[in-house]
Design a protein around this ligand. Sequence first.
Ligand code: XMP
Length: 310
Amino acid sequence: MDVRQFIASQVEEIRNTVAGGTAISALSGGVDSATCTVLAHEALGPRLTSVFIDHGLMRAGEPRQVVDAFAGLGIKVDVVDKREEFFAALEGRTDPEDKRKAFRYAFYSAFGREVLKSKARFLIQGTIAADIIETQKGLKTQHNILEQIGIDPQEGFGFKVIEPLKEIFKHEVREVAKALGLPESITGRMPFPGPALATRIIGEVTPERVDLVRRATTIVEEAVAPFKPFQAFAVLLGDKGTGIAGGGRAFGHIIIIRSVESRDAMTAEPSPLPFEVLAGMAGRITAEIPEVTRVAYELTAKPPATIEYI
Ligand code: XMP
C-alpha cells in the first residue's frame, strides 16, 4: 500500500462526499478512529466535530487521555456523558450477542442524536476490513457495522456513514497513523474494541462489574507493557471460585488474563509471557482486588477462541 497516496485519496473522498456540509467523527481513542479523525480533520477542518462518547466502559483514565492526545494535535474533542444510557441498555442482558446488539443500538442512537443536534449529515467512523469480514461471516456483531449487514443508518438513525479505513487492516492503519503524525501514545496503542470492557465481562454488565475488570485491566496492562503484546487485558467470568479472604472462606470472582500476539487480529497466539510475570499479575490482582479469589492465564489461540470473550 502506498501510504501517502492512500491519505491523499481518502482526504479527497471525504471532502467530496461531505461537499460543503459538516460531519461528526466518532472517536473512541483507538488507533482506527483516531486515524479517521485526523484524515477527516485534514479534509474538513472546522467543519468536523470530533465526539467521544463516554459510555462508562472505557479503561481507567481513557476519556482524559484521548482529549489530551488530540489537543496536542490541535483537534478539539467534545466528550458526551452517556454512562447512564449505556448501563440502562445493558441491564439484565447476559447473552453475548444480545449485549453486542444492545451496545450497537445505544452507540448509534447516542451518535444519531449528536449528529442531528449538530445538523451534520455524516458520521465518520474507523471500521476496518477485519471488522467487516468477521461480522459478515457471522462471527460476531461488531458495534460499528450497519450497512454491510443491511441496516441503513440513514433510515434507522438519521445520518450517512463514511468509513475511510474499511479496506485496510490494522497494521496498515498503524502505517497511515504514523504518516499522519499521530503520537506514539496512539499509534502504538493496543487495539481496544468499540464495546470496550463489555466484551470482557461474561454475564451482566453493571457499573460494579465494569469497575472490577477495569482495575484488573490496569494491572495487566502495566505488567505486560515491557513485552509489547498485540493485545492484553483482563476478563471477568460469570462463575465464581472458592478462596480464602480475611482468614475465612470466600466465594470470589475469577479473572482471566488474556495476552495475544497477532498481526491483523484475524488469527492470534497466546503470548509466551515469563512465569514470574504471570504469577506477579495474579498476586497483584488478588491483593489489590480482594473480591477476586482466582486468576488464570488463557492459553487458547484464535481460532478456535476469539480474542475477546463475547
Ligand atoms: P475477536 O474477539 O473477534 O476480535 O477475535 C478481533 C479484534 O477485533 C477487536 N474487536 C472489536 N473491535 N468493535 C471493534 O471496534 C467490536 O465490536 C469488536 N469486537 C472485537 C478485538 O479487540 C480484536 O482486536
